[in-house]
Design a protein around this ligand. Sequence first.
Ligand code: CTP
Length: 400
Amino acid sequence: MLENKNIILGVCGSIAAYKSATLVRLLVKAGANVKVILTADAANFITPLTLATLSKNPVYTQYFDAETGVWSNHVELGLWADYMLIAPASANTLAKMATGICDNLLTAVYLSAKCPVLFAPAMDLDMWKHESTQHNIQQLQTYHNQLIAPGSGELASGLYGEGRMAEPEEIFSFLEALISQHLPLKGKNVTVTAGPTYEAIDPVRFIGNHSSGKMGFAIADQLATLGATVTLISGPTAEKSLHKVNRINVTSAADMLEACTAAFTQTDIMVMSAAVADYTPVKKETQKIKKHTEEFQLELRKTTDILATLGAMKKDHQLLIGFALETENEEVHAKAKLLKKNLDLIVLNSLNDKGAGFKVDTNKITIFNRAAEKTVFQTKSKTEVAKDICTEILKLVARS
Ligand code: CTP
């Protein structure tokens, strides 16, 4: 969720400044680009070197370097930020922000920033309770700045009470929750299938395929990153899903059918990227089959086409996305599957394309929609391909 988000962290003079190191680590670990601005007082509590090392960016402390004359452009920094976080926010800086006083780099960037601003106050309990502080906080909220309320506990003065800065983990979760409110798939239930299915022949053997599940897992991760509530129905695979994805493990095509039909009524968007077996043994032997005969025939029965089943169940508000894996006459087959299975999008993979298909980290796709529009993509990593597929899904969501 925080991946590639630009975040300015403003740190004020407070003993809680030491916690900004943990906060920077959490943000960087989540993939955010972090630039830290320290007030002059903050630099007495935590060194620029610590925060520069953790953020992997230079730390800004003043408008310009007196020795070199190098100038830190506050307007540029303000516009760079997707989010501005002030933690710890001292009573002094809150007062300046509330009244528009702009006497240091942090307050200048605050006035220049157009992005959402969050502030986590830290001060002694009487400073926190003071009417002027409370008035300033209310004022800041009328400017749509978000308060991350302090907690109670032992304060630096030795007194107990309210004023202790929220813990870095709480600040991080607050920011994540704020971002998720604005995500395009917030409130959407999405179901993704991935991986192969295994069709048992006897207790030790099965019919399977080479699907690794990588593509479906990348799609599930990307949809979750876009704010959807994601259920991932996966066949046997070594892939790992994001913790926020609700994973259901299945083995056979019949298991997958059952899980998909159960999930479908609650699903807004269904992406069927699993490589479901088309045939399953008519009979599963209960004991291991012995090699008594020179020749051996296995009788197979067609499995239920899950995608076509869901296509027949589909309501107007639901979107159904399928895949087509082809080796010849690709476009004709893909378009036919789109119509026959009542899909909104079909993603075509051709095994004739280099870098496409099973067990590789790349894929090359072409997407067709119901309006017969065709979008051809270059060979990319499966993560990038997942993003392209999700972009096409977002276009459909925007239209619906
Ligand atoms: N699919 C499915 N249930 C099946 C078989 C396939 O839901 N029993 C889905 C796949 O997940 C994929 C789409 O159907 O999204 C197309 O799968 P593909 O193997 O390309 O084609 P099939 O429809 O199985 O047809 P064929 O194998 O004849 O090309």
